[in-house]
Write a protein that binds this ligand. Structure first.
Ligand code: 15L
Length: 275
């Protein structure tokens, strides 16, 4: 990967964005061109037509040959692809477990040096909202989705230790235009801060294998990013302007409801699923 420090030059030559048709993928599709020369976009869903600076390469994450083709000539990856909510295990397995293996194997074969991996706060969703967790704390996934993201974090650590592929794992909180419920006052990540986080992860000179929570500068927070300060992410937004409206919409908190007690919110209550 070629990282340039001069602002006139793009950070990366050819940058691959997986999951480009998803909510965050569409947002980064319009923001990342400022930071690369060529943006290669991939998804299994419709991507529309390619702009001049774009390459569209549809691929299923579980298709090993397609993934090998997808990573050719790529300098860095922002990996958003995969299932992004709690689901039965069989729905998680292909894209989030097999797929992330295929991605790293293809990266190893093609010599890709840095990956930004969209992990999730659900890797630690079974910590309580009364606790503050750092990336160094033991994982406590709140479902199969969180387990799959913990797998991706472990797999990427192995690929760094064994092959030197650097990864920043982003434990993304709730990245939406604005916080839509009380929980998101703590977990919200604005789109502008998402871009800052991804750009910091791509541009920090040395990241090794790092884990950082993806959150804005919220007044109430359950996560401590101190161990990830080397990435240089400085959030500039806050959920505070939305507090009054969110609290008015949800004035009562039911402390017998696990969704109100645990950091993972409603994810902690999903399942058991029928086969
Ligand atoms: C996630 O990991 C999901 O992808 C997203 O849809 C949100 O639900 C988010 O977590 C959250 O915790 O709010």
């Amino acid at each position: 990967m070629t990282v340039h420090t001069a602002s006139a030059q793009p950070l990366v030559h050819r940058l691959l964005l997986t999951g480009a048709a998803g909510g965050l993928g569409r947002e980064l599709r319009r923001r990342l061109p400022a930071h690369c020369t060529v943006l290669r976009l991939s998804d299994v869903a419709e991507l529309g037509s390619a702009a001049a600076h774009e390459e569209l390469v549809p691929a299923a994450l579980e298709d090993r040959a397609a993934m090998l083709n997808l990573l050719a000539d790529v300098d860095a990856v922002v990996h958003l692809g995969g299932v992004s909510t709690e689901q039965p295990f069989d729905a998680i397995l292909p894209a989030n477990i097999v797929g992330v293996y295929n991605l790293y194997e293809a990266a190893r074969i093609h010599g890709v040096r840095r990956i930004v991996f969209a992990s999730s706060n659900h890797v630690t969703g079974f910590y309580k909202q009364s606790e503050v967790v750092s990336p160094l704390a033991p994982v406590r996934p709140d479902g199969y989705y969180g387990i799959s993201k913990a797998f991706g974090e472990n797999l990427s650590r192995f690929y760094f230790d064994r092959y030197g592929i650097e990864t920043v794992c982003l434990r993304i909180g709730s990245s939406f235009p604005e916080p839509v419920d009380r929980r998101m006052l703590a977990t919200w990540l604005s789109y502008d801060d998402l871009e800052r986080l991804v750009v910091a992860s791509l541009s920090a000179p040395v990241v090794g294998h790092s884990i950082v929570y993806g959150m804005s500068d919220n007044a109430v927070s359950w996560w401590d990013n101190t161990p990830a300060r080397h990435i240089g992410y400085r959030p500039q937004d806050s959920s505070e302007p939305f507090r009054a409206a969110r609290q008015a919409a949800q004035p009562q908190i039911d402390l017998t409801d696990p969704a109100a007690v645990f950091q993972g919110g409603g994810f902690v209550k999903r399942g058991p699923f029928k086969d």
